[in-house]
Design a protein around this ligand. Sequence first.
Ligand code: ASP
Ligand code: MG
Length: 407
Amino acid sequence: MALIVQKYGGTSVATIDKIRRVAKHIVNSKEKGDDILVVVSAMGGETNRLIELSRSIMDPPDERELDVITSSGEQVSSGLLTMMIKSMGYDAISFQGHQVRIITDNAHSKARIVRIDDEKIKKALTEGKIIVVAGFQGVEEEGNVTTLGRGGSDLTAVALAAVLNASCELYKDDVDGIYTIDPGICENARKLEKISYDEMLEMSSLGSKVLQARAVEFAKKYHVPIHVRSTAKPDEKGTWVIEEEEMAELEKIVISGVTYDKDQAKITIIHVSDQPGIAAKLFNPLADEGILVDMIVQNVSTEGYTDMTFTVPRTDFKKAIKITQGVANELGAKAVTSDDKIAKVSLVGVGMKTHSGIASRMFSVLAREGINIMMISTSEIKISCVIDEKFTELAVRALHDEFELGD
Ligand code: ASP
Ligand code: MG
């Protein structure tokens, strides 16, 4: 008998009918003879609603209380799902994060898991119960409730699978796997059979919303294979997220996918002196405020002066401009300019490690479409270009065609 961790996202449990459908699949899996531990997200839209309510009182909201409020979404869905399973005649029990004891640090709203106690779970499993764990929630040493970042139920599922040595199935309502491109904007998007952790990580952090990036990082670190599947067609194969070493040479296609991220903004600080310590002066205060700077480009200097351009998440745009303006004044820079109508489009693929000429082909495609490249960054398995937001769809479709990724 194997233990399977099944995670259901918010859209999969958005209504009582959908909860019934999920419960049926859970009891069917149980009937096949496996032990089942379910991790569940809040009902679709609920977390956003709770954040809005909080913001209507205080913006930014008090961090401790915000976690008290947002974690309630998963409390409700875990209780409802457990009750539904019981109504079908099966023994089930729900656990909140603090009951399992998913211990985290105290970084509210983006807490990191430190340790998981597994006694309660193991006991309930030996009693033959189906276990439903509220995703997204943790508890810090002092007993305060924490949450694991948006999309954090994925992390709950992967972490529990790691601790319990279980396999991990992530069920989605809107997609049935990982695609070469967002199927919503390209009709010949192709479902991948397998993708490596590193590629998935790039795709997750580049804006593909299918899996939480932190969950993928965790899965890679603890070697947890993830099967991304569909709630609507739960018996169909989805996409496996696994280690690159486990992929056959043939499966290591040059490009696995094209992604885009519109949650970006760029800021340029013009005419600062080109000497040691300037970058530190600029980026330290941004880091202190928890702003994730992504791409950074520094011009060649002329007569001892240079310009620096960098990107930040759009949600932090105003805060970042304010900080940059302060530093600019201090450094005697000429000006700060900014643009939040940009997008980052990227090609991802482990095959890039061994193939040359991918970047130049990407630039040629963008040139052919008349799209100006504002910034470029690369890693071993990724090439990203920042472009004008209004050309995003055109760019990703053209790239998808050029590299023949479709069906
Ligand atoms: N409910 C949380 C969110 O919407 C966690 C999750 O869905 O995984 O971000
Ligand atoms: Mg969600």
